[in-house]
Design a protein around this ligand. Structure first.
Ligand code: GCB
Length: 667
């Protein structure tokens, strides 16, 4: 167990604390290549390749014709019929073709790009192709030459293509991306392909994809495809770890550089008025901020989500040319600590009152969509939610940037969902899971909003190999990032709690009166109380109710409440809240409703056009439960921050916000 964040190091022990942080810092920097979010600067340009792409699904029996016939070698339209496909978007719901909606195998995307002449002419410019994410396995070619491949959805990958573009600048730049959504026992999430060989029941070559998770396996290029430039010598990665002593904020930073043996560097921290508040030279150091504005969660402070900008300026020379690279990183200064009963942000108790989400909406599936994202943040703030878990995979980086900007606290979950087969606890699965955690931590380590890593959701911990698997996985995650606690979401009803000894916070999902004792609301108080007492009794670790809820079909009503009505969903929530109100005074540190919005699932007898446990519909309209939760979350926020507001007197959110702001003591 890493003790660094288990200790609330007294502020007075400054030197000791700094030493600890430097130790942490070195550990964080075990990662060796960068995955900085592409940002424009005086030395960097970004060109989005979103929009209409050519598309072709490989419907050949073995799904391999595209590779056999080398579709990447010529224009895709020359290989056979292509259709229009938007990027970013899942391809599944774009057409009227049911076979494409449920397609398993390789699909091919292609478009031509005009590369600015100066990018080609200037040999000192690196040109990088970046895919924000594609589900699941991707292979990328530029003008028929393979430039990279990537195993896994939800995380970015990139390739330097400058030299290829320069080979023949007269040629158009044709980008081909083949994406395969097949899930196997070693993918994350796992799945398996079942071949149906009984010719009296199924046609020749018939197979299905089985999955063990409860959301639709949307596929395609889900996030932006970009070209971006950097100078030949460039800032490859930045790691920041923050702390504070009394009124002084501390930003420990480390910059790694590629493309130059020697370079000089300057790091400058600017406040929100673009005033320089600290600077330092050298590839690592500490920036000290007098009268610091800490990063506080939404509703925890009158000025939440304060972000500084850290500008890293690199100067390098290779004898012939001089390179200057500038990268600016938003930095929130905050600390995270866990005790046996509390979750502390900036040494103050933080109670998670939030949601679980999905990246999911009609037509675009899991495709990145700014209007949807901004709408969701407006709804989160309306609700008084201060947090969410990225159930059950890493969300787009732009979403985490919004969390940083708005003070929404994040439990950042990797795609370790539905690990239900003993073969998925083998060495190759574990190796892949470790690699995915590397990529995730690498991508998200600098977000102030990310306060905890979740390595999985409801794995089959009753299976003996789960012990070694989770011990290894959690230990590895703590080496990658010793500054944040680690958890995974467990099911209350699992026969075994293997893995739990290694986590810092116990996250429990439970569905009393739904999957167990369906229709019996009266069992909730006793079963929920028993759940908390069992887990706390055994582990003495703080607990988050990381899922609870009930399906409600919007518009279905019944009094007395029956399952699937809006009233039943409300009643489940209220019963849970009664118990949570007792236990949050002891060791329960949060509650995350399942789910923020209705979402699509695989077809089956348990789902009517998807999972309906949303408190909002898939179109983002509130069900009755949303109002219950809104009332509660604002009350919790007020109570936690000792605001003494009467929520019933402030049912209008705007009034409540003003009253809330007026009554907050400046920190
Ligand atoms: C769970 C899962 C979640 C499901 C939910 C449900 O325990 O973690 O992915 O969607 O239950 O509604 O069944």
């Amino acid at each position: 167990m890493n003790i660094w964040y288990k200790m609330v190091i007294p502020a007075r022990l400054g030197a000791f604390r700094v030493l600890c942080l430097f130790a942490v810092f070195e550990a964080v920097c075990l990662l060796d290549t960068g995955m900085l979010f592409p940002r424009e600067s005086s030395s960097r340009e970004v060109k989005e390749l979103n929009g209409r792409w050519d598309f072709r699904a490989d419907k050949s029996p073995n799904r391999n014709q595209g590779f056999e016939k080398a579709w990447y070698k010529s224009r895709l339209a020359e290989t056979g019929p292509v259709i229009d496909m938007p990027v970013p978007a899942s391809y599944n719901d774009i057409t009227q073709d049911a076979t494409l909606r449920d397609f398993i195998g390789w699909v091919w995307y292609e478009r031509e790009v005009v590369v600015p002449a100066r990018w080609i002419a200037d040999e000192g410019t690196r040109v990088v192709l970046r895919v924000g994410s594609a589900h699941y396995y991707s292979v990328v070619w530029m003008n028929g030459v393979k430039v990279t491949e990537h195993n896994g959805g939800h995380l970015p990958f990139e390739a330097e293509i400058g030299s290829l573009i320069r080979k023949d600048p007269t040629q158009p730049c044709r980008i081909t991306i083949a994406v395969n959504n097949t899930l196997t026992l070693d993918t994350l999430p796992p799945g398996n392909i079942q071949h149906m060989d009984d010719r009296t029941q199924y046609p020749d070559g018939y197979f299905v994809q089985n999955t063990y998770f409860d959301f639709f396996n949307y596929a395609g290029i889900h996030r932006s495809v970009l070209l971006y430039t950097t100078p030949k010598a460039y800032v490859d990665d930045i790691t920041v770890v923050t702390d504070f002593l009394d009124n002084t904020g501390l930003v420990y930073y480390k910059v790694s550089v590629q493309g130059a043996a020697t370079a000089t560097m300057k790091a400058t921290l600017m406040d929100q008025n673009a005033r320089c508040v600290a600077s330092s030279s050298g590839p690592s150091g500490v920036l000290k901020v007098v009268d610091v504005n800490l990063w506080w969660p939404y509703l925890m402070h009158e000025n939440p989500a304060y972000l500084y900008s850290m500008e890293v300026r690199l100067m390098a020379t290779d004898g012939r040319s001089t390179y200057e690279d500038v990268y600016t990183l938003p930095v929130g200064i905050r600390t995270v600590n866990v005790t046996s009963t509390q979750f502390l942000i900036n040494n103050k108790p933080f109670y998670f009152h939030g949601v679980n989400k999905h990246e999911d909406s009609d037509i675009r599936g899991k495709g990145f969509d700014w209007p949807l994202i901004v709408k969701d943040f407006n709804l989160l703030k309306w609700l008084g939610a201060n947090s969410f878990r990225t159930s059950h995979y890493p969300y787009a980086e732009e979403i985490l940037q919004m969390c940083d900007r708005h003070g929404i606290v994040v439990i950042d979950e990797c795609p370790g969902v539905g690990i239900a087969d003993s073969r998925s606890f083998g060495n190759s699965s574990l190796a892949h899971h470790l690699a995915v955690m590397d990529e995730l931590v690498h991508r998200d380590k600098n977000h102030a909003s990310v306060v905890m890593w979740s390595v999985a959701n409801e794995p089959a911990t009753e299976m003996p190999p789960a012990d070694f698997y989770f011990k290894t996985l959690i230990t590895h995650t703590k080496v990658l990032d010793p500054t944040r606690p680690v958890t995974f979401a467990t099911r209350t009803d699992y026969a075994s709690d293997r893995g739990a000894p290694y986590v810092d916070v116990i996250c429990v999902n439970s569905y009393f009166s739904w999957y167990y004792d369906p229709g019996h609301l009266e069992v909730i108080p006793i079963q929920l109380k028993t759940q908390f007492e069992n887990w706390y009794g055994k582990y003495q670790k703080p607990i988050i109710q990381s899922e609870y809820g009930a399906d409600a079909v919007a518009g279905l009503h019944s009094d007395p409440p029956v399952m699937f009505s809006e009233e039943y969903q409300k009643a489940v929530l209220q019963s849970y809240h009664n118990v949570l109100d007792q236990k949050r005074k002891q060791y329960v540190i949060g509650e995350l409703i399942w789910n923020f919005a209705d979402f699509m699932t695989v077809q089956g007898i348990f789902r009517v056009l998807g999972n309906k446990k949303g408190i909002f519909t898939r179109e983002r309209q509130p069900k009755a439960a949303a109002f219950i939760l809104k009332e509660r979350y604002w009350r919790l926020a007020n109570e936690q921050n000792r605001l003494g507001l009467n929520t019933s007197a402030h049912s209008d959110t705007r009034q409540l916000v003003h009253a809330f702001q007026d009554s907050l003591d400046p920190m």
